[in-house]
Design a protein around this ligand. Structure first.
Ligand SMILES: *[C@@H]1O[C@H](CO)[C@@H](O)[C@H](O)[C@H]1NC(C)=O
Ligand SMILES: *[C@@H]1O[C@H](CO)[C@@H](O)[C@H](O)[C@H]1NC(C)=O
Ligand SMILES: *[C@@H]1O[C@H](CO)[C@@H](O)[C@H](O)[C@H]1NC(C)=O
Ligand SMILES: *[C@@H]1O[C@H](CO)[C@@H](O)[C@H](O)[C@H]1NC(C)=O
Length: 369
């Protein structure tokens, strides 16, 4: 290019050199500033009060305020549990709030799709799947999503890591996604028998921001069960106990290696309770921040009340042509809670004794308030 201007005077050349220099300095310093800011952002995230922030796949993605939200939720969980123990509100569903939704969604109004189960595994995801599938919604659960061709959650993780939209990529056309989480850490022979791949990922922990960006009015479902019962349940399930797998997973609110001593019940209960509580805080805070979402909280053990809420919010059967018809008595007997019949009784029998009864009583009292 410069060869086209053989006539440029020495003074001009001098100025253009100075200009080039200045532009160069400007570019270098702004690049430095950028890296400085990025670096500081990272430091702020890892050194704030909440302590352990995991180096899971989510940290390789754009932060979108994730670190700040998680730190807040973890601090809140610690404080709540210290102050209120098992009475802490993060351990119990806000059923009254869900009942208020019944007034909000009347007539033909429904909570917006997609319906995303934000809860933990072993906490009613099959009940939710049965419910939505029974009512004719296109529902998926864990592995059985032909579009994902894999675990839904792993598909979403990889989609986001590659700049793709998780729902469109992994669950196009799906109305209700009822188990996104996968908990097969590296080295564990998982469902698809890939022990050399880390398949431990919870979109409901790590992709709230991306799911929100893609579906800003989506509906979040959060099912609760008494915390001790949940811990008992994850301590004895499947070929590899789920709790052992959680220990090997790296979650934003449960770094790899925690709980450290699986034989120490006090520690396991303490740390898993905090894990639960911080997740609930994280979801509740997120919905407060973005009230375009609807959050439906229910209790797994109160079938009657949960059925009332769910049928109230989803009162019709839908079909592939997007027409809907009122639920018949036959359906309303069959769609909700089938997989959890008599659960409280079974649970009591398993837990035996006074402690179990006290738990159930408290849970029932709380729901009547
Ligand atoms: C999906 O999985 C659920 C249980 O996880 C099962 O009941 C259902 O039949 C499966 N559906 C398909 C289409 O594979
Ligand atoms: C079990 O864990 C608790 C809480 O972390 C700790 O205080 C206690 O010393 C531990 N007990 C044993 C036997 O290691
Ligand atoms: C949807 O509509 C088409 C065309 O009217 C019809 O053939 C089909 O049976 C309908 N499907 C359902 C599930 O109602
Ligand atoms: C289905 O119907 C609802 C309400 O009538 C409407 O809002 C929605 O856009 C429809 N969806 C499709 C895919 O046609």
């Amino acid at each position: 290019m410069t060869g086209n201007k053989p006539s440029s005077r020495p003074v001009d050349r001098y100025y253009s050199k100075v200009c080039c220099c200045l532009v160069g300095i400007l570019l270098i310093s702004s690049a430095n500033l950028f890296f400085f800011l990025e670096h500081n952002k990272h430091l702020n995230g890892t050194t704030s009060e909440g302590g352990a922030v995991s180096e899971g796949p989510s940290t390789h993605m754009i932060d979108h305020g994730k670190t700040k939200r998680w730190n807040r939720a973890m601090v809140e969980a610690k404080e709540m549990l210290a102050a209120h123990g098992e009475e802490a509100e993060c351990l119990h569903p806000k059923v009254q709030e869900s009942k208020k939704l019944l007034k909000q969604f009347q007539g033909n109004r429904r909570p917006s799709k997609p319906y995303l189960n934000m809860g933990f595994p072993k906490c009613g995801s099959s009940t939710l799947f049965d419910f939505f599938a029974c009512l004719g919604y296109r529902a998926t659960h864990f592995t059985n999503n032909s579009l994902a061709g894999d675990f839904e959650g792993i598909c979403m993780r990889d989609a986001v890591a590659n700049g793709l939209r998780p729902l469109e990529t992994c669950a196009r056309g799906v109305d209700a996604i009822l188990q996104m989480d996968v908990e097969y850490p590296l080295g564990i022979d998982g469902y698809f028998h890939k022990p050399f791949r880390d398949e431990c990922f919870f979109p409901q922990f790590s992709l709230l921001e991306e799911l929100h960006q893609e579906a800003p009015a989506s509906t979040f479902l959060l099912t609760f069960r008494p915390i001790h019962d949940w811990i008992t349940s994850i301590s004895g399930w499947g070929s590899t106990v789920m709790l052992n797998r959680f220990q090997l997973c790296d979650f934003p609110n449960l770094p790899r290696g925690i709980p450290t001593d699986l034989g120490n019940k006090t520690q396991v209960v303490g740390q898993m309770t905090e894990f639960w509580c911080s997740h609930v805080q994280h979801v509740r805070n997120f919905v407060k921040e973005y009230p375009s979402h609807t959050l439906i909280e229910t209790s797994l053990y109160d079938n009657l009340q949960s059925a009332q809420i769910m049928y109230g919010l989803f009162p019709t059967k839908v079909d592939a042509n997007n027409t809907s018809e009122p639920i018949t008595t036959e359906l309303s007997n069959g769609c909700w809670g089938h997989s959890n019949e008599n659960r409280p009784k079974q649970w009591l029998r398993r837990r035996k004794g006074k402690q179990g009864r006290n738990w159930l009583q408290k849970e029932q009292q709380r729901q009547q308030e």
